[in-house]
Design a binder for this molecule. Structure first.
Ligand code: UD1
Length: 423
């Protein structure tokens, strides 16, 4: 098992960092490549992440040709001809996001069998909204032996109101609706930039999706889709992670080509704390002096609220800011496990249901810690940079799902960090 070893305490990150294509965008984009029965689809700016390999296997397992050129960061998918309609447990159990293939397989083939995703460490992640939406479009759904089977010779457009603006359900339904008969309206839809990116690709494929980025999506079904070329949007969570890293080390870092609009909720909280954030032609610059930062209260919400995927990293920043900060996690109910690990490094915090009180500003000490989920792994590495002494972070399989060469990027900015292969 690999480990990351950090010698922390005096790190001040300085320089420029380049950000990859977004994990949370590329997975649904890969699912969308199932839809076209004519031509090939080329995705560029594809990040090299274990989740991308998993999704390539899910799509490839449908008898679709998937070619990942890691030198060029491109994936070319040829879904022409007959495709299979089953996504097995082997892959779905590895990555919950693979459930987004359900809508596209069903829409393309009239039948789909996808294994039900299992438990998740960050909290309950039901898929009822995905299934209810497909049922409203006329699909017959059964759940037997851990598999979901959906059948509909032709899906029918309808109006779907989602109880909660679920990102995954919006993506699944949006893709299914592209090949449905008539118009589908999704109300209270998710508005994340990754939804907008998916709509862009679908429209390039010949779909008619309107309203992406707003709470109402209107999709007029078409007979078939064709291949297209699309560059994956930049990873706002990776960009945000480096913004927080710069702030908590009293650094000065330019996050190249970062999109202000996508990171607005994070930027506004950084500014409220007293971090200097500037929109430059080349990207977003983040500069701070931690001794002058003020504690804040943050609440995670669906976009355009503060992203749950930045919660763990932001608590690491709260840990170095003198005073009492509050983090309220409203999206997932068990997403504070990193705070238990940070306690091993001397962080004082109390958790009561969805709220964590963080008593920041006291000295932190390096310690051996374990990643508990993807964003927690980044948060622990960031904390290791400001803790005195040596921190080792284990269980890096979580990190590799969503961050490409994280330690190398931090080292290039001045962190004393290395990754070692271990027993
Ligand atoms: C979530 C994040 C998304 C992030 C992604 C990857 C939100 C709203 N979503 O998306 O920004 O990119 O993780 O880490 O921040 N839910 C149901 N029924 C469903 C589906 C979801 O009740 O059928 C609930 C979940 O229990 C959870 C919430 O909705 O409380 C968010 O779920 P959803 O947006 O679907 O999660 P992801 O698509 O994984």
């Amino acid at each position: 098992m690999d480990k990351i070893i950090i010698n922390g305490g005096k790190t001040q990150l300085k320089g420029e960092v380049v950000i990859e294509g977004a994990k949370n965008a590329v997975l649904p984009l890969l699912a969308a490549t199932i839809l076209p029965e004519e031509g090939v689809t080329k995705l560029t700016n594809v990040p090299i992440l274990s989740d991308v390999f998993t999704m390539n296997n899910v799509v490839g397992g449908l008898d679709i040709k998937v070619d990942f050129d890691q030198e060029q960061n491109t994936v070319i998918v040829d879904a022409q001809g007959q495709i299979l309609d089953e996504a097995p447990y082997e892959y779905v159990s590895k990555m919950r996001a693979s459930i987004v293939v359900l809508g596209p397989i069903l829409a393309r083939n009239g039948h789909a069998k996808v294994s039900m995703p299992g438990g998740c460490t960050i909290g309950s992640r039901p898929i009822d909204l995905h299934l209810k939406g497909l049922e409203a479009m006329g699909a017959q759904i059964t759940q037997i032996g851990g598999d979901i089977t959906a059948t509909a010779e032709k899906l029918k457009g309808t109006t779907i109101y989602m109880d909660f603006p679920s990102v995954g359900a919006t993506q699944n339904l949006m893709m299914a609706a592209t090949l449905a008969e008539g118009v589908t309206t999704i109300e209270n839809a998710a508005r994340e930039p990754e939804i907008v990116d998916l709509a862009l690709l679908l429209n390039k494929m010949g779909a008619d999706v309107k309203g992406a980025g707003t709470e109402t999506l209107t999709i007029t079904g078409v007979d078939k889709l064709h291949g297209a070329e699309h560059a994956v949007v930049q990873d706002r969570i990776e960009a945000g992670t480096f913004m927080v890293a710069a702030a908590m080390t009293s650094g000065d870092v330019l996050i190249k080509d970062a999109v202000w609009e996508h990171n607005r909720p994070l930027i506004s909280k950084l500014m409220e704390m007293g971090v200097e954030v500037t929109d430059e032609t080349a990207g977003i610059r983040v500069k701070a002096d931690t001794s002058k930062l003020k504690p804040v209260t943050v609440k995670t919400l669906p976009h355009p609220g503060f992203p749950t995927d930045m919660q763990a990293q932001f608590t690491a920043l709260m840990a170095v800011v003198k005073g009492e900060s509050t983090m309220i996690e409203t999206v997932f109910e068990n997403r504070f496990q990193h705070l238990e690990e940070m306690r091993r490094m001397g962080l004082h915090s109390e958790i009561l249901r969805d709220t964590a009180m963080i008593h920041g500003g006291s000295d932190l000490q390096g310690a051996p810690v374990m990643s508990t989920d993807l964003r927690a792994s980044a948060a622990l590495i960031l904390t290791g940079m400001v803790a005195n002494g040596t921190t080792t972070v284990g269980k890096l399989t979580h990190l590799d799902r969503g961050y490409y060469k994280f330690h190398e990027k931090l080292a290039a900015l001045g962190a004393d960090i290395e990754r070692v292969s271990g027993e």
